[in-house]
Structures are given as C-alpha cells and as structure tokens.
Design a protein around this ligand. Structure first.
Ligand SMILES: C[S@@+](CC[C@H](N)C(=O)[O-])C[C@H]1O[C@@H](n2cnc3c(N)ncnc32)[C@H](O)[C@@H]1O
Length: 217
C-alpha cells in the first residue's frame, strides 16, 4: 500500500498511463506544439523547477532536456512509475503537494495540466502555501487550469496565493500568452517578493505587507 494518501487528489486516470502518453504523442505527431507549457516556463530562464502534479513527466522531462534542474512531485504512484521509466535521471518524488518538503527552493514551481482543479477540494490553500515555501525569493508559481462551474475559480485561487505571500504578476488565456478575456482557461503567474527571506523558514502567519512594491506586469 502506498504511504501517500491517494485522496489528496481527485485525479483518476480513466485509461492507462500508456494511453495518456499516447494521446500527447499523437498530438505532437499531428504537428501540435505539446511543449507550450515548457516554452513559457523556460521563458523565465529558471535554473530550477518543481513540477507539481507532474504525472508521467511530460513537462518535467522536456524542461530537463533543456538543461533545467527539475524535480517532479506527484501523489499518483502509477503516473510516477511511467515518468521514472522514461527519465530515470530526473528526481521523482511521490508526495502530496500540500505536505511535501523537498528541503530546498526553486526558481519556478509549475502546475501545468489542470493540477489545481484535481487537488482535493478544501486542500488548495495548503497546496498554495506549501508550494510558496518551495519558491526562491523572486520565484514564480505558474499554474494553468480550466475554469468550470463548481470548480476552483480565479478569485479564490488569487486569494489563496495572496495568503501564501504571492502576488499576481500576469494572467493569460493560454500557455502561448493569448490575452485573458474571462474565458474558461487561465494561466496564472504569481510572484514571491524578491526580498522575501528564506521561504522554507518563512512563517505563513507573517503576511508580506510592503505597499511600495508592485508586481511587474
Ligand atoms: C491532469 S494530470 C496532469 C499531469 C501533468 N502535469 C501533465 O500536464 O501532463 C493531474 C496530476 O495532478 C496530480 N495531483 C493532483 N492533486 C495532487 C496532490 N495533492 N499532490 C500531488 N499530485 C497531485 C495527479 O496525481 C495527476 O497526476
């Protein structure tokens, strides 16, 4: 039995991990850019990325291929096993994003592939706070997810990020930076203040309150 509580996620693979990967491979074969997430993440030139809810490693493996120091974290043992086979040299960690403690920080924490809407309802704030702890000063939390009725909405997500010490820097409709006009998908970039001291020691009860600082837009 897994040591990690699978109820941390509502993600249930309806088919096999092979089918999941096959679907992406078919999209790539048809000429679609399946690395839009990696392209946007790489645009910020991070030396290190935590891929949260990495699944079978689709994005993490591409980032590692580009020379970025990547750690993939997922609660799902089956998805991680597939990632491990494809990229044994990448560090894969089976854990809940709400509680994982990697003992280090990253320039970017990325949540591509709708991860935030598959976090068990009520645990999104713990995930945002814990991921903020893993950001280096000036680091970014980059998340893309669908906006569905009854699911996590953007004002709630922004509030949870704010409570975690993060400020909204930018929001787009797609990973290729189409303007967000209130549609049903958003890519949000939240920034940890550049002078925030060591986030792993940061006490989340202490809120950042420097009104002189504004996020870059
Ligand atoms: C739709 S899949 C996306 C996988 C990958 N990011 C991609 O884009 O291909 C969502 C992933 O989020 C993971 N997940 C959801 N809640 C989680 C949590 N609390 N902790 C860790 N992983 C979680 C699921 O296990 C699943 O692998």
């Amino acid at each position: 039995m897994s040591a990690v509580d699978p109820s941390a996620s509502t993600w249930k693979l309806s088919s096999s991990t092979d089918d999941y990967d096959k679907r992406w491979a078919e999209m790539a074969a048809s000429g679609e850019n399946t690395h839009g997430e990696a392209d946007l993440i790489a645009h910020f030139a991070p030396a290190s990325v935590l891929d949260g809810g990495c699944g079978t490693g689709r994005v993490a493996i591409e980032l590692a291929r580009r020379g970025i120091d990547v750690v993939g974290v997922d609660v799902d043992a089956q998805m991680l096993a597939a990632a491990q086979v494809k990229a044994p040299n990448v560090q894969w960690v089976q854990s809940d994003l709400a509680t994982v403690d990697l003992g280090r920080t990253f320039d970017v924490v990325a949540l591509p592939g709708n991860v935030m809407i598959f976090v068990s309802p009520g645990h999104e704030g713990a995930v945002a706070a814990n991921l903020a702890r893993h950001l280096s000063p000036g680091g970014r939390l980059i998340a893309g997810f669908q906006l569905r009725p009854g699911s996590l909405d953007l004002s709630t997500y922004d509030q949870l990020c704010h409570e975690a010490g993060l400020s909204l820097e930018q929001r787009w409709a797609t990973w290729s930076c189409q303007p967000f006009d209130g549609g049903d998908y958003a890519v949000s970039i939240h920034l940890l203040h550049p002078t925030m001291r060591s986030p792993l020691e940061w006490d989340p009860r202490t809120r950042y309150n420097d009104r002189s600082w504004r996020p870059r837009v």
